[in-house]
Design a protein around this ligand. Structure first.
Ligand SMILES: [Zn+2]
Length: 203
């Protein structure tokens, strides 16, 4: 088997890869993709993050999302899946909506595929009012993101809002604000953070 990232033949397997679940990247690439768990704060919102959006995480995500390399879907959660399963046991998962146009182009919903293996029940009924593309847009668009969601589903108990990348936090804040009136408890989890300069608590 070859590493899906560096394409070298995998010669050395970790114990976890042998006994529990095969990794689709090699040990060297896995070492570079170090988990660095943090709590980011945006206003009153606390968001758990696991990676810095740089280096190999950034390259893997681009390969997965922009080059449509669906085979990478299990790479991102490989080291943190058990932790998330235990910590958020009993939560329903709510994905920050992706652009419909992007999902069509890609042929898969990248976020749902990444988190599929958790087997959490999914929250449906949340949608975007408008397709707003955030990347490189003005502060006004980012502000509009906060007020860009509608929820039309049933009352919810425990909800885990997830996304793959945290930048300004406007999308996740928007989703959070929309779902608050319908939910008893909400937690937020984003795989990687771009917000290096923010203060954060380590634990
Ligand atoms: Zn590799």
């Amino acid at each position: 088997m070859r590493c899906l990232f560096c394409d070298k033949e995998i010669e050395k397997y970790s114990l976890k890869s042998i006994l529990l679940e095969e990794d689709s990247i090699c040990c060297d690439c896995r070492d570079l993709l170090k988990v660095d768990r943090k709590i980011e704060k945006i206003g009153d919102l606390k968001i758990e993050t696991f990676f810095e959006y740089e280096g190999i995480y950034r390259s893997l995500l681009i390969q997965y999302k922009e080059c449509y390399d669906e085979a990478l879907k299990d790479v991102f959660l490989y080291d943190i899946k058990d932790y998330i399963k235990l910590k958020y046991f009993g939560y329903q998962i709510l994905y920050v909506p992706s652009s419909e146009a992007k999902i069509k182009e890609r042929g898969f919903n990248h976020l749902e595929l990444m988190f599929d293996s958790l087997h959490f029940k999914k929250v449906t009924g949340l949608r975007s009012k408008k397709e707003l593309i955030q990347e490189g847009k003005s502060g006004l668009v980012r502000k509009q993101m906060i007020d860009n969601y509608l929820y039309g589903g049933p009352r919810l108990n425990k909800v885990l809002i997830v996304d793959d990348m945290l930048t300004t936090g406007s999308s996740i804040t928007g989703v959070y604000n929309t779902i608050v009136p319908y939910s008893n408890k909400i937690k937020c989890l984003v795989l990687a953070s771009k917000r290096k300069t923010l203060s954060h608590l380590k634990y």
